[in-house]
Ligand binder design. Sequence first.
Ligand SMILES: C[S@@+](CC[C@H](N)C(=O)[O-])C[C@H]1O[C@@H](n2cnc3c(N)ncnc32)[C@H](O)[C@@H]1O
Length: 313
Amino acid sequence: MTVTTYNTSIPVAQRYEQARVQVSLVWNSRDERSKNSEKLSLLQEIIFGHKWRHIGGEADLWERFGGVDICLDPYSFGQANTLSFNSLLHKLIKYVPRGSTVVDLYSGAGVIGLAIAASRKCRSVRCVEINKMSKLSFEKSASRLPPNLGCTITWHNTDASAEPIHWLEGSSVAIVDPPRKGLHPSVINALQRVALSERKAFKAKSSLTKVKDEKRPWILRAREPAVHVDSTIMEESSGIWPETLIYISCGWDSFKKDCKSLISNEAWHLENAHAFNFFPGTDRFETSRLIKFEDSQEQSLMNISVAHGFFSL
Ligand SMILES: C[S@@+](CC[C@H](N)C(=O)[O-])C[C@H]1O[C@@H](n2cnc3c(N)ncnc32)[C@H](O)[C@@H]1O
C-alpha cells in the first residue's frame, strides 16, 4: 500500500490529509480468469467494500494486553504498537483504585476495560463503543478471562456522546480513549458538570436521567448491555461519580483543547502525565501521557491519562 503526498507545494499536514492511497494486490496466477480468480474479486470487494470475509488462515488474531488474552478481529480497532500499548496499560492500571466501578468510554473491543477488570478487583466495568462489530472481539476476549473475577463486565453498543451523564453516574473511574478528533462537547460538558458542585444536584436527581424518546434513529442508545459477563448482580450505582479521569489521546491538538476545557473551570486539576513512543522512527512521535487531576471540591485525586498525542519534531 502506498500513500502519495505528491503535491509538495502544500504544507506537510495537508499533504497527508489530501493524500491518495494506492493498494497493490499481488496474486499468484496467470491472469484474472485463472483458477481461484473469484477469490481475487472477493479480496477486492473486501478491501473496497463494507464487509469482511474470512478467506483463509486463522480467523482470529490473539494478543496479550495488560495480562489478559485479547482477540483482535479485523473490523475492530486495534493498537498498532503492542509494546507501547502494554507499557501504557501497565501505568494506567495503577491509577485505578482496587474495587472501583469503571466506565471505559470509546472502548473498542474493551481491551482497557478487560485488563482493568482482571487486575484491579473492580466491582464493575462498563465498556461503551459505537462500533457494533467490536462486540464479537469483546465476547471472545471475555470468554478467556479468569473465572470468578467477581466483577460485572458489560459492553454497550452506543454513542458515548448521546447520554454521557448516564455512563458517568455510578462510575468512580472514567476512562476516555476517543478518536483523534477528541471528546464530543457533550462528554466534556458532562465531565465538567459531574466534577463541580453540580455533582451534588446530580446525586439528587440523576438516577434519575430518564430515557427520552429518541427521535433520531441514527443515535444509538444502549443502556442495556449487548454483552454481560459474570453473574454478579449490578449494585445500586447512584451517588457514585468519577473521582478519577484517565484520558488516552491519539490527537495532540484535540487533547490540548479538551484538557483546557476540563481544567478551565477548576473542576479538574492536572496532576501528572506520561508519554509513550507509539511510532518510533517516524518524523512525529506519538506519545501517551498520564495526567493526574485533583478535584478541588472534594480533595479527591483525579487522573487524566493522555495517550499518544502528537508532537511535531
Ligand atoms: C482510539 S480507539 C480506542 C479503542 C480502545 N480503547 C482500544 O484501545 O483498543 C477509539 C474508539 O472509539 C470508538 N468511537 C468513536 N466515536 C465514538 C462514539 N461517539 N461513541 C462511542 N465510541 C466511539 C471507535 O469506534 C474506536 O473503537
